[in-house]
Design a binder for this molecule. Sequence first.
Ligand code: HEM
Length: 323
Amino acid sequence: MAISAVVHGPLLTLVVIVSRFGAGVVGLRMDYYFMTCPAVDQVIKNTVFNALQADPTLAAGLVRMHFHDCFIEGCDASVLIDSTKDNTAEKDSPANLSLRGYEIIDDAKQQLEAQCPGVVSCADIVAMAARDAVFFSGGPFYEIPKGRKDGRRSKIMDTINLPSPAFNASQLIRTFGLHGFTAQEMVVLSGAHTLGVARCSSFKQRLSNFDSTHNVDPSIDSNFVKTLAGTCSKGDNAEQPFDMTRNDFDNAYFNALLNRAGVLTSDQTLLTSTATRGVVNAYAMNQAMFFLDFQRAMVKMGTLDVKEGVQGEIRSDCRRINN
Ligand code: HEM
């Protein structure tokens, strides 16, 4: 919420301007830290870029972390909280065990606490780190509004609401619809799979006993079946890149779908289903359109169920709620 003060003679009138982002009223602001921590963008960008120069594969981790944060309990850094003896947190859910990049968030947080203690939320750091990871990898740069507060709840059971890699298009449309996204926005956000890898355990159900009539998922190209089987021959944790350029943010993912070389059921279904096929074709043909729509959808995702004011806190350690 932006508050500007207007002086009328001796009277001070407060004018409250409420800005709207996404579905709800959210008082996030582009210049939220302008007075309180002006170097925030620079600190996060430098931290992310240094880390990604050393290991470019972590860009994927940061982008996925933001998604898993926002879809569960809103963008409130609940995904960063460590389990305790009394609570098993989101990050210990099977769906989150392969999340990567926590150290980058910790590093940025420590620097920001040294410069402006108690000011910058972990939720904002996650959102900005994802943005910088997209840009580092060759994707679009987009500004994001800030002012998210950190949540105090992180429970493994909540992660049941993350979409399954075995979902078909209508299940994906329904799940994303619950968060206010259109089918087109769901497809463009899935385009984040232009970065990174999936482990065999996430797609092996496509390779044998697929359904009552098929042993192997018939939507996979026959040569790509061999590629996936080759990866799985090295074990459940063996990694399969989503496209040929796993560290580059480009539209190769959508072209892989056209070649019937999508890694997850939830990837290939975007081409198989008539509800989403047109969008896949468009992004495969037009990378600029993918970039533009992606940045809009990421800004929207970053405003999901955001906590403000007393609804949350500024954690001093991103892995623990404040005492
Ligand atoms: C549409 C529904 C989605 C499903 C079912 C899904 C599922 C998955 C799965 C199963 C993996 C591989 C995990 C593993 O095997 O370790 C993965 C990786 C990834 N996902 Fe998604 N995802 C979805 C949407 C998204 C969205 C919206 C984003 C971000 C905006 C995203 C970003 C990523 C990234 C970057 C990776 C690679 C991570 C890495 O290499 O460390 N995904 N996703």
